[in-house]
Design a protein around this ligand. Structure first.
Ligand code: AGP
Length: 606
C-alpha cells in the first residue's frame, strides 16, 4: 500500500508532492522519491527510509518545475533501499513511472525485456512497467501506456510522465487513485488526504480507468481508449477523517479494506489451472518433519487456524505456542523442525526472542509477516509476506484475515509438495480460496452490518461474554473474544464448544450472551447440540450461521448470517462478523477503538 502524488499546474511541483506524501504517511513508507520536469529534463530524487530523509535533501537542493510525480513505498518486491525506491526510469531517464500494487507476471515480462536488450537498475516488479512503456512508445505516451498495461496481470496504480510531453498519464486496477480538480492545475493521489489542502473537488477513478492530465483539464478513458464519465465529488472531510478514508476510525477502515488486503495476499500465488500455489519462498517443503508455530495475541489465533489447515492438508504435525511461553520452556527443536513465526508488525519482542530460541535449536525458520523489512524478517530464513498494507488500529483485523489467508496458501503448498493433496482436492481448495475477497466483501454488505450493529447494541451492557467454536473455527471464537475484550473492555472468553460441559457451562445464565460459530461444517450437528445446552440453561445464544441455514436459526436468540464458504477457509469469512460485533459494541459504549486503554499496536517490551 504505497503513497502516490502527481501534480501539473503553475505551482512548484516539489512543494505539492512533499506535502501530499506527508499526508499519506499512514500508508507506511520504507522509502520515498520524486521526479520533477523542468524545461526539457526530468530530475529524479529518491531516498530509502522516512520521507524526512528526502525532504531534507530537497530543502538543500530544490527541484524547480511545475510538473511532478512522487511516491512513498510500502515494499512488496525488493528491499527498501535507494535503488528500489520509486520513481523508476528508462535507461535514458526520459520516461518516469511510479507504481502502487503487485505485477503478478513481472518475472516473465522482465525476462523478455532483458532478452530484448533492456537493462534494469532495481529488483522491483514496478520497474518492468517503465521498460514496457518505453518499448511501446512511438511519440504517443498515452498509447504506449495502454499497450504496456495490456501485457500486465496484477494490481496497479501507475503514474507516468515523459520529458517530451507536458502531461501525466495514470491508470488503476485494484490499487486506488483519486484525481483533484483545480483552477488551471490538476492533482493525483492514492488517497484524498494528500489533495485536501489544494482542492475538495475529487474524481475517484474506477478499476480499469486511465486518465491523461494537462494544466487545463483531464480526459478519462478505459484501457481500450473508450471515453469514461466520472462524477466530481465535493469532499467535506477534514484531514484526519480523510486519512481514515471517511470512516470514523482506522479499525473500521481496515475492516472494510479486507477484500483488497486479501486480494493482495493471494495475488500471484494461486494457479487454478494447475492447482498449484506459488509462494516465492526458498524453503524446501520436504526438509522438515514437524512444525512449531509461534506468535502472540491475534497472530497466535491465526496460527491455531494454520495448525488445523496444515495438519489436515499436509499431514505434518504442528504445535502452536504463545511466544512468551515458548521461549522459556526449553522447547524441543532440531534441524527437522520448521519454526513459523507469525506477526503483523514483525517487531513483537516475545515473538522475536522465540524466533532466536528456535534458531539456536537448529530449526529452519519462516515468517508470516506484514511489515516488510521489520526486525523478524532480517533474522528469518524466509518470509511469506501477507501484503495487507499498514495496519494502524491497535485491534488487528485485516492482518488477521490475511494471516489466515497466508496459512491457507502455505497448507496447500505443503500438501501439493508432499503429495497429500490430489489435483482435484487442490483445485477445489484453490477455487474456494480465490473466492475469499468476494465472500468477505459480501460479509460486509450493509444489511448484514446493520444486523450485527443491532445485536451488538442489544447486548452491549453485558458484563461477560462467552464465545464457542469447533474445529477450524475454534480459533475464530478465541479471536472474536479477544476483539471484544480489547476494545469494549467487556470480559469475554472462548472455549472449544465441546469443552463447555467440562466447566464453563456453570457460567451460563440469562445474563450471559454466548456467541457460537455454527457455520457450515462437518461438526455442525455437534455444535448445535452445544447451542441447545446453552439454551436449556437460559443462556442467550448469538449464532453465526451460514446463509440459508434457517433450520438451526430456531435454536438461537439472535442469528448473524455469514456467506457460505468452504469449511477450510471459513475462518476468514466468519472473522468479519465478530470484528464488527466488537466494533459496534465498543463504539456504542463510547470506547476509543483505535487506541484502547493499556494497549499498544506493537508490543516491543517484555
Ligand atoms: C490483536 O488485536 C492485538 N493488537 C494483539 O494481540 C496483537 O495481535 C499481538 O500483540 C501480536 O502483534 P504482532 O502481530 O504485531 O506480532
Amino acid at each position: 500500500m504505497c503513497g502516490i502524488v502527481g501534480y501539473i499546474g503553475s505551482r512548484q511541483a516539489q512543494d505539492v508532492l512533499i506535502s501530499g506524501l506527508a499526508r499519506l504517511e499512514y500508508r507506511g513508507y520504507d522509502s520515498a522519491g520524486v521526479a520533477v520536469a523542468d524545461g526539457g529534463q526530468v530530475v529524479v530524487k529518491k531516498k530509502a527510509g522516512k520521507l524526512a530523509n528526502l525532504s531534507g535533501e530537497l530543502e538543500q537542493q530544490p527541484l524547480p518545475g511545475t510538473l511532478g510525480i512522487g511516491h512513498t513505498r510500502w515494499a512488496t518486491h525488493g528491499l527498501p533501499n535507494d535503488t528500489n525506491a520509486h520513481p523508476h526510469t528508462t535507461e535514458d531517464g526520459r520516461l518516469v513511472i511510479i507504481h502502487n500494487g503487485i505485477i503478478e507476471n513481472y518475472l516473465s515480462l522482465k525476462a523478455g525485456l532483458i532478452e530484448r536488450g533492456h537493462t534494469f537498475q532495481s529488483e522491483t516488479d514496478s520497474e518492468v512497467l517503465a521498460h514496457l512503456i518505453e518499448e511501446a512508445y512511438a511519440g504517443d505516451l498515452e498509447a504506449a501506456v495502454r499497450a504496456a498495461l495490456a501485457q500486465v496481470r496484477g494490481a496497479y496504480g501507475i503514474v507516468v510522465t515523459h520529458v517530451d510531453h507536458r502531461e501525466i498519464v495514470a491508470a488503476r486496477t485494484v490499487s486506488p487513485l483519486v484525481m483533484g480538480v483545480g483552477e488551471g492545475e490538476m492533482f493525483l493521489a492514492s488517497d484524498v488526504p494528500a489533495l485536501l489542502p489544494y482542492t475538495r473537488d475529487m474524481v475517484f477513478l474506477h478499476d480499469g480507468d486511465m486518465v491523461v492530465l494537462h494544466d487545463d483539464g483531464y480526459r478519462i478513458t478505459d484501457l481500450q481508449g473508450n471515453p469514461q464519465e466520472r462524477p466530481i465529488d465535493r469532499i467535506d472531510w477534514d484531514a484526519e477523517a480523510a486519512e481514515k478514508g471517511g470512516y470514523d476510525s482506522y479499525m473500521l477502515k481496515e475492516i472494510y479494506e479486507q477484500p483488497a488486503a486479501l486480494t493482495n495476499t493471494l495475488m500471484g500465488r494461486l494457479h487454478d489451472d494447475t492447482g498449484e500455489v506459488n509462494l516465492d519462498i526458498s524453503l524446501d517443503p520436504t526438509a522438515f518433519k514437524r512444525i512449531s508455530v509461534i506468535a502472540c495475541g491475534t497472530a497466535y489465533y491465526a496460527g491455531l487456524v494454520g495448525e488445523y489447515l496444515i495438519e489436515q492438508l499436509a499431514r505434518i504435525p504442528v504445535e502452536v505456542d504463545v511466544a512468551s511461553e515458548y521461549r522459556y520452556r526449553n522447547p524441543l527443536v532440531s534441524e527437522h523442525t520448521l519454526a513459523i513465526v507469525v506477526s503483523q508488525s514483525g517487531e513483537t519482542i516475545d515473538t522475536l526472542e522465540a524466533l532466536r530460541e528456535a534458531k539456536k535449536g537448529g530449526a529452519k525458520t519462516l515468517g508470516i509477516i506484514n511489515a516488510k523489512g521489520s526486525s523478524m524478517t532480517r533474522e528469518l530464513d524466509d518470509t511469506l509476506y501477507i501484503h495487507a498494507g499498514p495496519e494502524i488500529g491497535v485491534a488487528s483485523t485485516k492482518a488477521y484475515t490475511s494471516m489466515v489467508g497466508a496459512f491457507v496458501l502455505l497448507a496447500l503448498w505443503l500438501g501439493r509438495a508432499r503429495g497429500t493433496l490430489t489435483d482435484a482436492q487442490a483445485q477445489e481448495l484453490l477455487r474456494a480460496t480465490r473466492e475469499l475477497p468476494r465472500l468477505v466483501e459480501e460479509a460486509l454488505n450493509p444489511a448484514r452490518v446493520a444486523e450485527i450493529k443491532r445485536v451488538a447494541e442489544k447486548y452491549a451492557q453485558a458484563r461477560d461474554y462467552l464465545f464457542l467454536g469447533r474445529g477450524v473455527n475454534a480459533p475464530t471464537a478465541f479471536e472474536g473474544a479477544l476483539k471484544l475484550k480489547e476494545i469494549s473492555y467487556i470480559h469475554a472468553e472462548a472455549y472449544a464448544a465441546g469443552e463447555m460441559k467440562h466447566g464453563p457451562i456453570a457460567l451460563i445464565d440469562a445474563n450471559l450472551p454466548v456467541v457460537v460459530v455454527a457455520t457450515e461444517s462437518h461438526l455442525l450437528e455437534k455444535t448445535i447440540s452445544n447451542v441447545q445446552e446453552v439454551r436449556a440453561r437460559s443462556g442467550k445464544v448469538i449464532a453465526l450461521l451460514s446463509d440459508g441455514d434457517t433450520e438451526n436459526a430456531a435454536h438461537a436468540d439472535d442469528v448473524l448470517y455469514v456467506p457460505r464458504a468452504h469449511e477450510m477457509v471459513s475462518p476468514v469469512v466468519n472473522a468479519v462478523a465478530l470484528q464488527l460485533l466488537a466494533y459496534f459494541t465498543a463504539t456504542y459504549l463510547g470506547k476509543d477503538v483505535d487506541k484502547p486503554r493499556n494497549l499498544a499496536k506493537s508490543v516491543t517490551v517484555e
